[in-house]
Design a protein around this ligand. Structure first.
Ligand code: FES
Ligand code: FES
Length: 182
């Protein structure tokens, strides 16, 4: 009897590619597989654990970061696409020991429940406020419509973004952690 062997493929046969980019102001170089997702590289190779995986298919907003000035879902982005880019994650939005106005406003409005969606909500809010420091309620709703919160904090997020907008317009962008987290 003739034995037919089917060709075998293995993901590990792909060669690593070196990718260089800037994350939170720091130059990094990482070796990645061509199929590796940016979320896995940020979390597992660079230790940026604020980047959360919720749905893994671009629907929940938990994994978003700002790359080259655009809000992108890292679960749908290949790591090789990061070559030469500048990425901002939650870890980089405020200097050491400080909280960004959006973080302070989320605490002030008691929006925090489990907190899983927070990194994505904060990055989407920052993306909005960087472009439009005085958004209307409809603009805030539009900006956050890609962020799912299983705890249902949506109305508080709107309040928080309005409050953060006020802080920012008053020039209060960063707050001391010791002043906020009592
Ligand atoms: S994990 Fe990326 S959008 Fe949900
Ligand atoms: S606070 Fe729990 S998912 Fe949003």
């Amino acid at each position: 009897m003739v034995k037919v062997s089917t060709p075998r493929t293995s993901w590990d046969t792909y060669r690593d590619i070196e990718v260089s980019f800037k994350v939170n102001g720091r130059e990094v170089k990482v070796r990645v597989k061509p199929y590796e997702r940016l979320i896995d590289v940020l979390r597992n190779k660079l230790g940026l654990l604020s980047v959360k995986e919720g749905c893994g298919r671009g629907e929940c907003g938990a994994c978003v970061v700002i790359m080259n000035g655009k809000l992108i879902p890292t679960c749908l982005t290949l790591a090789v696409r990061a070559e030469g880019s500048e990425i901002l994650t939650l870890e980089g939005i405020a200097p050491e020991g400080k909280l960004h106005a959006i973080q302070k406003a989320l605490l002030d409005t008691y929006s925090m429940q489990c907190g899983f969606c927070f990194p994505g909500v904060i990055m989407a809010s920052k993306y909005l406020l960087d472009k439009n420091p005085d958004p209307t309620e409809d603009e805030i709703r539009d900006a956050l419509d890609g962020n799912l919160c299983r705890c249902g904090s949506y109305l508080r997020f709107i309040k928080a973004v309005k409050l953060a907008s006020r802080y920012i317009r008053e020039g209060k962008i960063f707050f001391d952690e010791s002043e906020v987290l009592r």
